[in-house]
Design a protein around this ligand. Structure first.
Ligand code: GDP
Ligand code: MG
Length: 830
């Protein structure tokens, strides 16, 4: 028996690269790392599929194939990873493959591909050798101490007509390079490329054992887990939700007691299923190393893709992680492919930067994140027996993620954060406002009257100044968010929120983007990158704009103080809550319509608690703010100028001229006192600018679209203000300032504007003479502001992260919802 198997093992394996032009073959299997195999399988290279070689000349690259009636080309190195059985043209013509392996397929493939190479990997003393002995009937020595197995032993297990070749590898706690065992196991996995790695785990010591599992996940190898010592787990009274854990990890997990041989057949059956791609619930997951590390990993990976020709032999993500952690072996391996050493250089830079930022060894940071992943997975699935203790390093989790205390603590932190943002932020905000007011005054005095002065004072300084004054709030909010993230608390918050978020069809991790969204949607949309699943990402991206961003706040403040004397705080809160409710409804709706089948669970990493450093918090705050600053420097500036120009031109007209003449007349009228004269002139000037705006392009456009807003009780000025918010929500208030012709003096700006809003009346239509703004209209207007289309910057972020279709959907959906909601408000309260 042994001999026959050895024969099979030594038989020369044909690959696609060996098949000549015009010949046919049937695929046995695709080797190489998971991502590569997946890509080839998507192109149709699956076991049992037939392939015709269209063109394969020696030294020619790529080679062209016909598969599933289509032509594809593979590079030679890639074709070498596809094992095949050659068939004659006759056989090929009579054989057709429809996605599942049939008897005919079996006949053609014969014994090829019925040989599965499995490697046992696990901690010392987790029961690998016991498993091996039971499976193969061999008698390797088992012992209750490490180091019994010094190299690999190979044995065979027969299952149906498969021959499973099992290699018992030395036990290791990790797959780094510090001990000979570790190096041996890692090299075995990377160079021998077993078809499947059987991860043997000691269930009575999960935390430590799963650390090794995280390294296998990084390596992206096909895996099955034997949850060994399951008897010990039960004896300890621990409970583990194996199904959920398996779903989180993305590979099958089978409980075993290998000293008694329990579970071995089930493990083998799973191995065969996985090998034959019959295992449905497998997926490749990524361990999330946190924003900073992930960014570095991406940079290294990109450089690798650009400069190295690895041709599917290794997972680039794995190599990038190991390079970042400063692993020498991987570094040597990569050097072999890296002619000019650029990848190594980039990796080195990234590592130095990370180490400087965290003031810690990169390898330690990486393993910290791995433990965070394990912690998160276990917190969701594992309940310890009564008498056993928690790990002291995470004892704070006992309180912070406690079922009863978690929520109040979270709410307190959030309240505190927002409170600080607005109380501390009020000071710099006031300084900035008076600075821009002063700047406007000086410019007015220095420059001669004319178009340039109007552009600078009323356009740029007023517009950008208004926007700038929110900068401190945003910076402070981001600073607090960064601190919460850096300590590791945000991950706990996501954890606490997970159950609730699942009800909305979302994931706990979406919670963090939502919180950031109260500051600004743009960095919030970027923050959804930590969500692994596309469904979760899209849902979060689409609903983040309903979290009322800080740019909308000034509108609320203006209207609430003008039209509500009582319960002001309550009204403001109700608007924010309304946004949250709309987000929930939208998420449920979109999920129902667009993502019916998708059901996925992911590990929520619980990184170790860290003391945040000021430096890091500043760096992270800066990262989040850069987008916002860019928006101010570009979009807002340009939009301000455009809006100003649309309001400014045409600048004269018969009616405007009439006002000008009237002003001159009043100025020359000696029957009036000095005070009366200035008063009248001031009024006439305001009326003139109102008349001028009404006559301007934006005014004409406003009246053109006014019918759309009329059912909501909005006049054309409100409509125009809303439209100008497309550039940035901050602009809405300054547009209203101009359109309701109140004084634009910075310090009494809002009170003057409030007064003009309160006294503004309909100048035409059925309600002529009645005030435009009632509390109901003001409330509807605020709801509209809350819900309608996000600003250009947010839309372009949605475009970038989710694609054009979702961006357009968001644009129309939010506006439609805003209109409906404001309409209902008007109908009910108006
Ligand atoms: P290895 O170092 O991973 O090869 O582990 P061994 O197979 O040498 O096993 C180490 C010790 O654990 C031995 O004393 C085994 O009898 C014992 N053992 C293995 N599997 C189990 C199991 O499932 N349950 C229990 N209770 N003991 C086991
Ligand atoms: Mg052993």
């Amino acid at each position: 028996m042994q001999v026959m198997n050895e024969e099979i093992k030594n038989e020369k394996v044909l690959t696609l690269a060996d098949v000549k032009t015009g010949e046919y073959c049937v695929i046995v299997r695709v080797t190489g790392h998971g991502g590569f195999r997946h890509r080839l399988m998507e192109m149709g290279f699956v076991r049992g599929e037939k392939v015709k070689v269209i063109r394969n000349a020696p030294l020619r690259d790529p080679i062209e194939y016909e598969i599933m009636q289509g032509h594809v080309s593979l590079r030679r190195v890639e074709a070498q990873r596809v094992e095949v059985v050659p068939v004659t043209e006759e056989v090929a013509n009579s054989y057709s493959f429809h996605g599942t392996v049939t008897e005919e397929t079996e006949r053609i493939l014969g014994h090829h591909g019925k040989r599965i190479h499995v490697a046992l990997v696990g901690n010392p003393n987790c029961g690998k050798t016991s498993f091996f002995n039971h499976a193969t009937g061999m008698r390797e020595k088992v012992g209750n101490y490490s180091g019994v197995t010094v190299d690999s032993k190979v044995g065979y297990y027969h299952y149906q007509d498969y021959t499973i070749m099992i290699a018992d590898l030395p036990g290791t706690y990790s797959l780094t390079e510090y001990t000979p065992e570790e190096r041996y196991v890692r090299e075995y996995i990377m160079e021998q490329r077993p078809d499947i790695v059987l991860d043997v785990v000691d269930a009575s010591n999960l935390e430590r054992n799963l650390f090794l599992t995280t390294q296998l996940i990084d390596m992206n190898v096909p895996m099955v887990m034997a949850l060994n010592m399951y008897d010990e787990l039960q004896k300890n009274g621990d409970q583990l939700d194996i199904d959920t854990l398996s779903e989180l990890f993305g590979f099958p997990i089978i409980p075993t007691v290998s000293s008694r041989g329990t579970g071995i057949d089930e493990v083998m059956a799973k191995i065969v299923d996985l090998y034959e791609n019959l295992e449905e619930h497998t997926k490749h997951i990524h361990i999330n190393y946190g924003t900073d590390l992930e960014k570095s990993i991406d940079i290294i990976k990109e450089d690798m893709v650009e400069h190295l020709d690895l041709s599917g032999a290794y997972s680039t993500r794995y190599l990038a992680i190991e390079l970042l952690a400063g692993d020498k072996m991987v570094s040597e391996l990569v050097s072999k492919y890296d002619d000019d050493g650029s990848v190594i250089k980039v990796a080195e830079e990234q590592r130095k930067q990370i180490e400087k930022q965290y003031n810690e060894d990169a390898a330690t940071i990486v393993s910290g994140a791995k433990y965070g992943f394990v912690r998160g997975a276990l917190l969701e699935t594992f309940t310890r027996g009564k008498d056993r203790d928690q790990q002291p390093a995470y004892s704070a989790d006992k309180i912070l993620t406690n079922r009863w205390l978690g929520f109040p603590i979270l709410i307190f932190f959030l309240w505190f954060m927002f409170q600080m943002t607005f109380t501390i932020g009020a000071y710099p905000q006031a300084w900035l406002e008076s600075f821009f007011g002063w700047l406007g005054d000086v410019t007015t005095r220095v420059l001669p009257d004319g178009i340039l002065k109007d552009l600078l004072v009323d356009g740029i300084i007023a517009g950008v100044g208004g926007v700038c004054s929110f900068l401190p709030n945003i910076l402070i909010l981001f600073f607090f968010i960064s601190i919460l993230e850096d300590t590791g608390y945000m991950a706990r918050a996501a954890f606490i929120m997970d159950k609730l978020m699942h009800r909305m069809g979302l994931h706990g991790k979406s919670f963090i983007p939502y919180i950031i969204g109260f500051g600004c949607s743009v960095p919030a949309i970027m923050a959804t990158r930590t969500l692994e699943n596309r469904k979760d990402r899209i849902l979060t991206i689409l609903t983040v704009p309903f979290m009322s961003c800080s740019a909308r706040l000034p509108v609320y403040l203006l209207l609430i103080s003008a039209f509500f004397t009582k319960h002001q705080g309550l009204i403001l809160t109700s608007i924010y809550l309304f946004g949250v409710v709309m987000a929930i409804i939208t998420s449920l709706l979109v999920k129902k319509v667009a993502f019916k089948q998708e059901r996925d669970q992911f590990v929520m990493e619980l990184p170790p608690y860290r003391i945040p450093t000021f430096r890091n918090a500043m760096i992270h705050m800066w990262d989040k703010s850069v987008q916002y600053l860019k928006k101010m420097g570009t979009v807002i500036l340009v939009a301000t100028v455009i809006i100003w120009a649309l309001e400014y031109f045409p600048h004269t007209g018969p009616e405007v001229d009439r006002y000008t003449a009237q002003i001159e007349r009043v100025g020359a009228d000696t029957t009036l006192t000095e005070v009366q004269r200035t008063e009248q002139i001031k009024q006439l000037e305001l009326d003139r600018s109102a008349c001028q705006i009404e006559n301007s392009y934006i005014g004409r456009f406003g009246r053109f679209v006014a019918p759309v807003f009329r059912p909501l009780g909005f006049d054309w000025q409100m409509g125009v203000s809303l439209i100008t918010g497309f550039a940035a929500k901050e602009i809405v208030v300054s547009s209203m300032g101009v359109l309701y012709h109140s004084d634009l003096e910075a310090d009494e700006h809002s009170s003057a504007l409030q007064k003009s809003l309160q006294t503004h009346t309909w100048s035409s239509g059925p309600d002529i003479g009645k005030p435009v703004f009632t509390p109901a209209v003001a409330y509807g207007f605020m709801i509209f502001i809350l819900l309608y289309f996000p600003c250009v910057a947010a839309l372009s972020a949605i475009h970038r992260e989710a694609g054009r279709r979702w961006m357009l959907f968001n644009l129309f959906y939010t506006t439609g919802v805003a209109w409906l909601a404001a309409f209902v408000v008007h109908l009910v309260f108006g």
